[in-house]
Design a protein around this ligand. Sequence first.
Ligand SMILES: Nc1ncnc2c1ncn2[C@@H]1O[C@H](COP(=O)(O)OP(=O)(O)OP(=O)(O)O)[C@@H](O)[C@H]1O
Length: 251
Amino acid sequence: MSRVLVAEGVTKGFGGPPVVDGVSFALARGTITGLIGPNGAGKTTLFNLIAASLAPDRGSITLDGARIDGLRPDEVFARGLARTFQIPRPFPAMTVLENVMLAPQGQPGERFWANWLSPGAVAAEERRNRGRALEWLDFVGLAKLAGQPASVLSGGQRKLLELARVLVAEPKLILLDEPGAGVAPPLLAIIMEKIAALNARGITFLVIEHNMDLVMTLCRPVMVLAQGRLLLEGSPEEVKRDPRVVEAYLG
Ligand SMILES: Nc1ncnc2c1ncn2[C@@H]1O[C@H](COP(=O)(O)OP(=O)(O)OP(=O)(O)O)[C@@H](O)[C@H]1O
Protein backbone atom coordinates (compact mmCIF):
# COMPACT_ATOMS: atom_id res chain seq x y z
CA MET A 1 0.00 0.00 0.00
CA SER A 2 1.41 3.44 -0.78
CA ARG A 3 2.45 5.70 2.05
CA VAL A 4 1.24 9.26 2.06
CA LEU A 5 3.26 10.44 5.06
CA VAL A 6 6.49 9.06 6.50
CA ALA A 7 8.09 10.30 9.74
CA GLU A 8 11.58 9.11 10.65
CA GLY A 9 13.24 9.69 14.00
CA VAL A 10 11.27 12.87 14.65
CA THR A 11 12.48 14.52 17.83
CA LYS A 12 11.55 17.79 19.53
CA GLY A 13 12.31 19.30 22.92
CA PHE A 14 11.66 22.69 24.46
CA GLY A 15 14.93 23.09 26.34
CA GLY A 16 14.44 20.03 28.59
CA PRO A 17 14.22 16.37 27.59
CA PRO A 18 12.49 15.70 24.25
CA VAL A 19 8.68 15.67 24.38
CA VAL A 20 8.62 13.90 21.00
CA ASP A 21 11.44 11.38 21.02
CA GLY A 22 12.61 9.54 17.91
CA VAL A 23 9.13 8.93 16.52
CA SER A 24 8.96 6.94 13.27
CA PHE A 25 5.79 5.81 11.48
CA ALA A 26 4.12 5.75 8.08
CA LEU A 27 0.53 6.51 7.16
CA ALA A 28 -0.90 4.24 4.48
CA ARG A 29 -2.95 6.11 1.90
CA GLY A 30 -6.69 5.86 2.43
CA THR A 31 -6.55 4.94 6.13
CA ILE A 32 -7.85 6.66 9.25
CA THR A 33 -5.08 6.29 11.80
CA GLY A 34 -5.81 7.02 15.44
CA LEU A 35 -3.22 8.69 17.68
CA ILE A 36 -3.92 8.10 21.35
CA GLY A 37 -1.95 8.43 24.56
CA PRO A 38 -2.18 9.95 28.02
CA ASN A 39 -2.21 13.73 28.60
CA GLY A 40 1.18 15.25 27.94
CA ALA A 41 2.35 12.29 25.79
CA GLY A 42 3.32 14.65 22.97
CA LYS A 43 0.42 14.15 20.56
CA THR A 44 -0.26 17.84 19.88
CA THR A 45 3.45 18.53 19.57
CA LEU A 46 3.70 15.74 16.98
CA PHE A 47 0.80 17.33 15.05
CA ASN A 48 2.55 20.69 15.20
CA LEU A 49 5.69 19.07 13.80
CA ILE A 50 3.84 17.34 10.95
CA ALA A 51 1.90 20.50 10.02
CA ALA A 52 5.14 22.54 10.23
CA SER A 53 3.98 24.81 13.05
CA LEU A 54 7.16 23.54 14.74
CA ALA A 55 10.45 22.39 13.23
CA PRO A 56 11.90 19.10 14.53
CA ASP A 57 15.30 19.15 16.25
CA ARG A 58 16.09 15.89 14.45
CA GLY A 59 14.43 13.56 11.98
CA SER A 60 12.53 13.95 8.74
CA ILE A 61 8.93 14.10 7.56
CA THR A 62 7.97 13.41 3.95
CA LEU A 63 4.64 13.88 2.20
CA ASP A 64 4.35 11.74 -0.93
CA GLY A 65 8.10 11.32 -0.89
CA ALA A 66 9.02 15.02 -0.62
CA ARG A 67 10.50 16.50 2.57
CA ILE A 68 8.12 18.87 4.32
CA ASP A 69 9.97 19.50 7.57
CA GLY A 70 11.54 22.92 7.29
CA LEU A 71 8.68 24.31 5.18
CA ARG A 72 6.20 26.94 6.43
CA PRO A 73 2.71 25.82 7.55
CA ASP A 74 1.07 27.48 4.52
CA GLU A 75 3.48 25.67 2.18
CA VAL A 76 2.61 22.33 3.75
CA PHE A 77 -1.11 23.22 3.50
CA ALA A 78 -0.67 24.06 -0.19
CA ARG A 79 0.85 20.60 -0.74
CA GLY A 80 -2.32 18.97 0.52
CA LEU A 81 -1.77 18.49 4.25
CA ALA A 82 -4.41 20.22 6.38
CA ARG A 83 -5.00 20.22 10.12
CA THR A 84 -7.85 21.19 12.40
CA PHE A 85 -7.51 22.44 15.96
CA GLN A 86 -8.84 21.00 19.20
CA ILE A 87 -10.60 24.29 19.96
CA PRO A 88 -11.47 25.97 16.66
CA ARG A 89 -11.51 29.76 16.82
CA PRO A 90 -13.45 31.12 13.86
CA PHE A 91 -13.62 34.89 13.41
CA PRO A 92 -16.84 35.46 15.40
CA ALA A 93 -18.07 38.60 13.61
CA MET A 94 -17.53 37.20 10.12
CA THR A 95 -20.18 34.98 8.57
CA VAL A 96 -19.90 31.22 8.47
CA LEU A 97 -19.33 31.44 4.69
CA GLU A 98 -16.65 34.14 5.01
CA ASN A 99 -14.81 31.98 7.54
CA VAL A 100 -14.75 29.07 5.09
CA MET A 101 -13.51 31.36 2.30
CA LEU A 102 -10.54 32.43 4.44
CA ALA A 103 -8.43 29.37 3.53
CA PRO A 104 -5.08 30.70 2.36
CA GLN A 105 -4.91 31.09 -1.41
CA GLY A 106 -1.36 32.03 -2.32
CA GLN A 107 0.51 34.97 -0.86
CA PRO A 108 -1.07 38.41 -0.24
CA GLY A 109 1.37 40.08 -2.62
CA GLU A 110 0.41 37.66 -5.37
CA ARG A 111 -3.24 38.58 -4.97
CA PHE A 112 -2.50 42.28 -5.09
CA TRP A 113 -0.72 41.95 -8.43
CA ALA A 114 -3.30 39.55 -9.84
CA ASN A 115 -6.10 41.99 -8.98
CA TRP A 116 -4.28 44.90 -10.55
CA LEU A 117 -3.35 43.01 -13.72
CA SER A 118 -6.59 41.10 -14.23
CA PRO A 119 -9.54 42.16 -12.04
CA GLY A 120 -12.03 40.09 -14.09
CA ALA A 121 -10.07 36.88 -13.52
CA VAL A 122 -9.88 37.63 -9.80
CA ALA A 123 -13.66 38.19 -9.61
CA ALA A 124 -14.27 34.88 -11.42
CA GLU A 125 -11.94 33.13 -9.00
CA GLU A 126 -13.81 34.68 -6.05
CA ARG A 127 -17.07 33.30 -7.45
CA ARG A 128 -15.50 29.84 -7.79
CA ASN A 129 -14.17 30.00 -4.21
CA ARG A 130 -17.57 31.03 -2.95
CA GLY A 131 -19.24 28.16 -4.84
CA ARG A 132 -16.75 25.65 -3.44
CA ALA A 133 -17.16 27.05 0.09
CA LEU A 134 -20.95 26.71 -0.17
CA GLU A 135 -20.64 23.14 -1.46
CA TRP A 136 -18.50 22.10 1.49
CA LEU A 137 -20.77 23.93 3.94
CA ASP A 138 -23.61 21.93 2.47
CA PHE A 139 -21.60 18.73 2.86
CA VAL A 140 -21.03 19.36 6.59
CA GLY A 141 -24.66 20.42 7.06
CA LEU A 142 -24.06 24.13 7.77
CA ALA A 143 -25.34 25.63 4.49
CA LYS A 144 -28.43 27.05 6.20
CA LEU A 145 -26.18 29.05 8.53
CA ALA A 146 -23.88 30.41 5.78
CA GLY A 147 -25.02 34.02 6.27
CA GLN A 148 -24.98 33.95 10.09
CA PRO A 149 -22.06 35.25 12.14
CA ALA A 150 -19.79 32.37 13.24
CA SER A 151 -20.45 33.37 16.87
CA VAL A 152 -23.85 31.60 16.72
CA LEU A 153 -22.23 28.18 16.19
CA SER A 154 -21.99 25.56 18.95
CA GLY A 155 -18.69 23.83 19.75
CA GLY A 156 -19.56 20.89 17.52
CA GLN A 157 -20.70 23.14 14.66
CA ARG A 158 -17.37 25.01 14.90
CA LYS A 159 -15.60 21.68 14.35
CA LEU A 160 -17.72 21.13 11.23
CA LEU A 161 -16.97 24.68 10.05
CA GLU A 162 -13.26 23.97 10.42
CA LEU A 163 -13.62 20.80 8.43
CA ALA A 164 -15.37 22.71 5.62
CA ARG A 165 -12.64 25.36 5.72
CA VAL A 166 -9.85 22.86 5.12
CA LEU A 167 -11.85 20.82 2.59
CA VAL A 168 -12.00 23.80 0.22
CA ALA A 169 -8.28 23.23 -0.38
CA GLU A 170 -8.93 19.56 -1.33
CA PRO A 171 -6.29 18.10 0.99
CA LYS A 172 -5.08 14.51 0.60
CA LEU A 173 -4.24 14.20 4.31
CA ILE A 174 -6.11 15.80 7.22
CA LEU A 175 -4.88 15.87 10.81
CA LEU A 176 -7.83 16.13 13.21
CA ASP A 177 -7.07 17.23 16.77
CA GLU A 178 -9.78 15.77 19.01
CA PRO A 179 -12.78 16.08 16.68
CA GLY A 180 -14.96 14.55 19.41
CA ALA A 181 -13.91 16.76 22.34
CA GLY A 182 -16.69 18.93 23.76
CA VAL A 183 -19.17 17.81 21.11
CA ALA A 184 -22.74 16.79 22.01
CA PRO A 185 -23.58 13.16 21.03
CA PRO A 186 -25.92 13.88 18.06
CA LEU A 187 -23.34 16.16 16.47
CA LEU A 188 -20.56 13.68 17.24
CA ALA A 189 -22.42 11.08 15.19
CA ILE A 190 -22.57 13.56 12.29
CA ILE A 191 -18.86 14.38 12.58
CA MET A 192 -17.98 10.67 12.52
CA GLU A 193 -20.20 10.12 9.51
CA LYS A 194 -18.52 12.99 7.62
CA ILE A 195 -15.03 11.68 8.41
CA ALA A 196 -16.04 8.22 7.14
CA ALA A 197 -17.59 9.70 3.98
CA LEU A 198 -14.47 11.77 3.22
CA ASN A 199 -12.28 8.74 3.84
CA ALA A 200 -14.42 6.74 1.39
CA ARG A 201 -13.60 9.45 -1.17
CA GLY A 202 -9.90 8.78 -0.63
CA ILE A 203 -8.80 11.31 2.01
CA THR A 204 -6.32 9.94 4.56
CA PHE A 205 -6.73 10.97 8.21
CA LEU A 206 -4.59 11.08 11.32
CA VAL A 207 -6.80 11.64 14.36
CA ILE A 208 -5.90 12.53 17.94
CA GLU A 209 -8.80 11.42 20.07
CA HIS A 210 -9.66 10.56 23.67
CA ASN A 211 -13.18 9.39 22.80
CA MET A 212 -12.73 5.62 22.55
CA ASP A 213 -16.04 5.09 20.73
CA LEU A 214 -14.76 7.26 17.90
CA VAL A 215 -11.37 5.54 17.88
CA MET A 216 -12.89 2.04 17.94
CA THR A 217 -15.39 2.85 15.21
CA LEU A 218 -13.25 4.81 12.79
CA CYS A 219 -9.54 4.23 13.34
CA ARG A 220 -7.44 1.44 11.84
CA PRO A 221 -4.64 1.29 12.84
CA VAL A 222 -4.23 3.04 16.18
CA MET A 223 -0.83 4.36 17.33
CA VAL A 224 -0.12 4.84 21.02
CA LEU A 225 2.23 7.59 22.11
CA ALA A 226 3.55 7.66 25.69
CA GLN A 227 6.18 10.03 27.06
CA GLY A 228 7.10 11.15 23.57
CA ARG A 229 7.67 7.66 22.18
CA LEU A 230 5.59 5.44 19.98
CA LEU A 231 4.64 2.54 22.23
CA LEU A 232 2.87 0.40 19.65
CA GLU A 233 0.67 0.38 16.59
CA GLY A 234 -2.16 -2.07 16.02
CA SER A 235 -5.87 -2.61 15.54
CA PRO A 236 -8.12 -0.93 18.13
CA GLU A 237 -8.75 -4.37 19.67
CA GLU A 238 -5.03 -5.15 19.94
CA VAL A 239 -4.33 -1.77 21.49
CA LYS A 240 -7.18 -2.08 23.96
CA ARG A 241 -5.93 -5.38 25.38
CA ASP A 242 -2.20 -4.56 25.41
CA PRO A 243 -0.94 -4.34 29.01
CA ARG A 244 1.61 -1.67 28.02
CA VAL A 245 -1.23 0.66 27.03
CA VAL A 246 -3.06 0.14 30.31
CA GLU A 247 0.18 0.85 32.14
CA ALA A 248 0.85 4.00 30.11
CA TYR A 249 -2.56 5.39 31.02
CA LEU A 250 -2.60 4.31 34.64
CA GLY A 251 1.08 4.48 35.49
N1 LIG B 1 5.77 25.32 23.55
C1 LIG B 1 6.09 24.51 24.56
N2 LIG B 1 7.04 24.84 25.45
C2 LIG B 1 7.37 24.02 26.46
N3 LIG B 1 6.80 22.83 26.68
C3 LIG B 1 5.84 22.44 25.84
C4 LIG B 1 5.43 23.25 24.74
N4 LIG B 1 4.46 22.57 24.07
C5 LIG B 1 4.27 21.42 24.73
N5 LIG B 1 5.09 21.32 25.79
C6 LIG B 1 5.20 20.19 26.73
O1 LIG B 1 5.35 19.01 25.96
C7 LIG B 1 4.67 17.91 26.56
C8 LIG B 1 3.74 17.28 25.54
O2 LIG B 1 2.64 18.16 25.31
P1 LIG B 1 1.52 17.90 24.20
O3 LIG B 1 0.55 19.03 24.29
O4 LIG B 1 2.17 17.63 22.92
O5 LIG B 1 0.85 16.57 24.77
P2 LIG B 1 -0.52 15.90 24.34
O6 LIG B 1 -0.25 14.44 24.22
O7 LIG B 1 -1.09 16.58 23.17
O8 LIG B 1 -1.42 16.15 25.62
P3 LIG B 1 -3.04 16.38 25.74
O9 LIG B 1 -3.67 15.03 25.49
O10 LIG B 1 -3.18 16.80 27.16
O11 LIG B 1 -3.43 17.42 24.75
C9 LIG B 1 3.96 18.46 27.79
O12 LIG B 1 4.77 18.16 28.92
C10 LIG B 1 3.92 19.95 27.54
O13 LIG B 1 3.93 20.66 28.74
